[in-house]
Design a protein. Structure first.
Length: 290
């Protein structure tokens, strides 16, 4: 039970599922224990990840695989994989290996992998067990929590998707050690967003500790992730399907999506950067409108 000592735990309580978020250093090494705790009858696991994500995280997950059969899919990198072709690749693989609802799909990667894999899990046999292991700061504080899944079509972003909560979320802070600074700043954008919409104290704390987050100081990062996930869990509990309050989490995102569309969802501007600019525009507009 030593995972309790080394990881912080938060509960997300929604009308469709109640599930924990585990946050800690080297949390991936606790995957097997948590799998047995939450998903006793799982015999097959499919890990979906992408090319640029260091292989050591995938091999760390597969360690000590007694009584469990592991399969993995390594997809190309980038927003472009949030589309039909890759959705079918995941669901075909599940069919080929005879996965049942008691088996489990794991998303190991950033928000792109999480959104695509979560969607595939939600429609395969009308819903199979699903675990999020987010490896970017943005996915650790935002996309892995709350159950929004989806892909894009030629008309726009995230237009096809489901609300489908994971069975648990495992946040390993050590995975950030390989994350480029640009992606750290993108994640910081969503952290800053929580402070601006919900928590002035957190905003002041970020003013002092922001630089340490970008420098990957483990204790500060762990605190920032915990506080961000707590805010997200609170909002999602009150409004899982975005009928009203949850829209607050889209602060800056309307402008952000417009900026991303103009840039063709390329690396010219990444999601978190667009959110930073979007929040500035939204704040200015709000100010102008009184
Ligand atoms: P991403 O998934 O594209 O990851 C960014 C880059 O980092 C990729 O190149 C990836 O390969 C690389 N990477 C990931 N982990 C790494 C690691 N540990 N070390 C080194 N490189 C690593 O981008 P993102 O910012 O994580 O997610 C953006 C996506 O999330 C968008 O599609 C957005 O729409 C979606 N999103 C969804 C929600 C939601 O609630 N479902 C919320 C916010 C954003
Ligand atoms: N990222 C916005 C939401 O989860 O609602």
């Amino acid at each position: 039970k030593n995972y309790r000592k080394t990881m912080k735990t938060l509960i997300v309580n929604t009308s469709s599922k109640r599930y924990p978020i585990y946050i800690g250093q080297n949390a991936i090494s606790k995957f097997k224990i948590l799998l047995r705790k939450h998903l006793k009858n799982t015999k097959n696991i499919l890990i979906v990840t992408s090319k640029n994500i260091p292989k050591k995280y995938l091999s760390g997950l597969k360690k000590n695989s007694k009584n469990i059969k592991y399969h993995s899919i390594i997809l190309p990198d980038g927003e472009k994989i949030k589309q039909n072709q890759y959705l079918i690749k995941i669901t075909d693989t599940l069919s080929k290996h005879n996965f049942g609802r008691n088996d489990c799909v794991v998303a190991l990667g950033g928000g792109v992998i999480g959104d695509l894999t979560g969607f595939a899990s939600s429609i395969f046999k009308r819903g199979i067990n699903f675990v999020q292991i987010p490896t970017t700061l943005l996915s650790q504080v935002d996309s892995s929590v709350g159950g929004k899944t989806g892909i894009n079509n030629k008309f726009g972003k995230n237009l096809i998707g489901t609300f489908f909560q994971p069975n648990f979320v495992l946040i390993d802070i050590n995975t950030l050690s390989t994350l480029p600074k640009r992606e750290m700043i993108a994640g910081f954008a969503e952290i800053l967003k929580y402070s601006l919409i919900l928590d002035k104290k957190f905003f002041n704390w970020l003013n002092i500790n922001g630089e340490k987050i970008l420098k990957k100081s483990p204790n500060i990062i762990s605190d920032a992730i915990y506080r961000s996930c707590k805010h997200k869990a609170h909002v999602v509990k009150k409004d899982e399907k975005e009928k009203n309050l949850r829209a607050i989490l889209n602060f800056g995102h309307t402008f952000a999506h417009a900026i991303e569309t103009i840039c063709g969802y390329s690396k010219k501007i990444i999601h978190g950067e667009a959110v930073l600019i979007g929040m500035i525009i939204a704040a200015r507009l709000s100010n102008q409108m009184g």
